[in-house]
Each structure stands twice: as C-alpha cells, then as structure tokens.
Design a protein around this ligand. Sequence first.
Ligand code: XUL
Ligand code: CO
Length: 433
Amino acid sequence: MTVYFHDIPEIRFEGPETASEFAFRHYNPDQVFMGKPMEEHLRFAVAWWHSFAWPGGDPFGGQTFERPWFGDTMDLAKLKADAAFELFGILGQPFFCFHDADIRPEGASFAESTRNLEEMVDYIGTKMETSGTRLLWGTANLFTHRRFMAGAATNPDPDVFAYSAATVKTCMDATQKLGGQNYVLWGGREGYETLLNTDLKKERDHAGRFLQMVVEYKHKIGFEGTILVEPKPQEPSKHQYDYDVGTVFGFLKEFGLEGEVKMNIEQGHAILAGHSFEHELALAASLGIFGSIDMNRNDYQSGWDTDQFPNSVPEVALAYYEILKAGGFTTGGTNFDAKLRRQSLDPADLVAAHVGAMDVCARGLKAAAALLEDGSLEAARAERYAGWESSETRNVLFEGLQSCFDHVVANNTNPQPKSGRQERLENSLNRFV
Ligand code: XUL
Ligand code: CO
C-alpha cells in the first residue's frame, strides 16, 4: 500500500513502443548482455537528499515543495523514510544513498544527533530487509550547518575538525551497519574564499590527515566497502582542494592513499571543472582509481551545479563507454545525484524524473556496449598508436635524448602527419546512439 505516491503503479519494462508514462522503455533489469543483467551493469541508486530532503529553493527563492514529512522531528524523519521506500518500491532500483542530515533531525547536541541517527538507521534497516533495497553509499553532511561555514577537516578551529571527524565516525558506523558498499567524502567546504585569511598549506595537511584517519578507521572496524572521494572544483568554496580527478590523485599520492581511495565522479562537477564527464572517467580509470558515479546533468549556460536529471543519450553513452572499458562497476554504481526543477511539485514528477533518467542511462549503456562490441573505435585508436607496439622502438626511444638523436639521424626520420579522423569516428559513434 503506497500513501504518498498512491495512484502510481510499480514501473515495469514495456519496451520502446509503449505510450505509458510510468513504464520503462529501455531499462530492462533482467536483460543480459556483456555477461550480466542490465541491473548489475547500471546499479542505480536514488539520492535521499535531492528526492526527499530538498525543499525546492534557489538563490532567489525559498521552499516550493510541500512534502508532508518536512520538519525536524523523528516522526517526520520516519514518514520521510516511509515515502522513500515507497518510491524505491515503485522504481525497483537496487540501491539508495544518504547523508546523515538527510535521514535524521539535527539534535541539540552531538550526542542527540548521534542517537537520532542510530534510531533512523535501525528504522531504515528494517525497511531494507522487507524491500530488498540496498545501500550504495553513506556520507556525512559537513557543509550545510553553519558550524562548517569555514570548512570541516580544513576549518581553522580544531574543535570543528574534531566534530567533523566524530561525525564521519558515526556515519561510517551507520553505513557499515546498513551493509553499505562504499563510503563517500565530498569535501563540500574543504576549500577557501580568500587567501587573505587562509593558511593553504595547513588546511591541505589537515585534509590529508583527516582522510588517512578515515582509512585507518575503515580498517579498524573491518568495513569492506570502498572509500570514495568526490571531486568538485568550486561551489560552495571558491577554491576547492578536491578540484578534479587529477588534483585529487595528486592529493592521494601526497598522503599515501592512492591504493586506498577511489573516485566518485559526478557529471555536473566534471562540467564545472571545464572537463567532460568521460574525460574524468577515463582519467580515473587510467590511474586505477575509478569507483562510482553521480549521474546528473549540468546546464551548459548557467554555470551553476544545476543537478538536473540526465537527458542526453549520446553524452551518457560516452560515459558508460569509459565505464565498460574500465571493466564496469565493482562496488560502485549509478547514483542519481539529481533534483527536480523547483516548479516540478507533484509526486508524479519525482517518479517520472527517475524513470526517464533510468531509460536514458539504459539507452546509453546499450549504445556503449554495442560500440564496444563493434570495435571500430578501439581499432582506430589501436592503429593510431601502432608505432609504439614494437618493444625495440620503445627501448630505443625511452633510452634517452642521445639515443633518440642517433635514431633520427641514422634513419633520416621525417615524420609525416596522419589524419586524426575525428569526424569519421564521430560518425561511427552516431551509428549507435
Ligand atoms: C554536491 C554533491 C553531494 C555529494 C555528496 O555537489 O554532489 O551531494 O554527492 O555529499
Ligand atoms: Co554528488
């Protein structure tokens, strides 16, 4: 019996021809290709914060949504959880994700906040048992409350560092208790507004030690999931220490964490950093730190982190192409870190947004798989680098500048430019999307 979404049916796969708004046209969880069912390729998760906690504000206007569970009591937090599991039952997606602040009311003290969290974890745990929905990842909200306005791990006040570390401990405990497959750290306010008041070196050192402490605690409690960092270049802080995948990799190396921590890569954050989503995915895969994705879509004009639901099959296809090439998800998945537009007031909007996004991802995944199986892109790439296949060539060229000089002179080398064939490769791609 559903209450909040009362007249919306469970969503089933009906195929591309269906006219129904509440059916999947492309997401067919059981359809097997490339060795596993579509559900296991995509590993969809619903984000608690955008779908249930976000009030519909923007910088110029406040709340537009009127959800019956809005408010700061435990009863309302449970009502919110009931509605969340109603949506999970309708969508049938295998996972969800949450921050502590999404699922529990803030208490008057740290101890009360922790008690609230623990009670909600038990409540949600019981619901997970009956519904079968699993936890992709948990995380701590170390950015909304005013105590975090100057950062969490990077706050100049050691009391805030301690409060943040204690909060992460409770959230890792909660994630482990609920069988979470990953634990995420997005450094919301780990950055700064002005160098006039900032000791950049100290702040980065503190952030590095904080992350080491997270990894140490993971081993101490035997948490088997993956620790993921989610890069973002700015917004909220002007200068974020976790700007993009390349920056975070350097940070992990500096603090000896590159074998311990992987990346949760978000489409909108990649765009804000001036990259494409697929660039960030390919880079992480090449560095051996690809973990999971936050799937959404940034508006290309506004320059904000608009967190829209994905709607472009060609873009999504390129992302899944990189993910499939990287061997697919292990503990990671596709978390819809996406929110409705603030005028989309109805429960049906929330369901339809996810249904459409799941279909877009399914189409993108299928296109990516077909492109990979077709092999033309990979063959063209291999051909472009074929000159490096010979170990003899590599040995001579990597020996040193003198060896390269001798090689060029001895062979009278005169390199001839070759076409990069971009348009032809784009045409190959367009056969599949
Ligand atoms: C913010 C963002 C967060 C993280 C989790 O831009 O993406 O929701 O995914 O804290
Ligand atoms: Co995110």
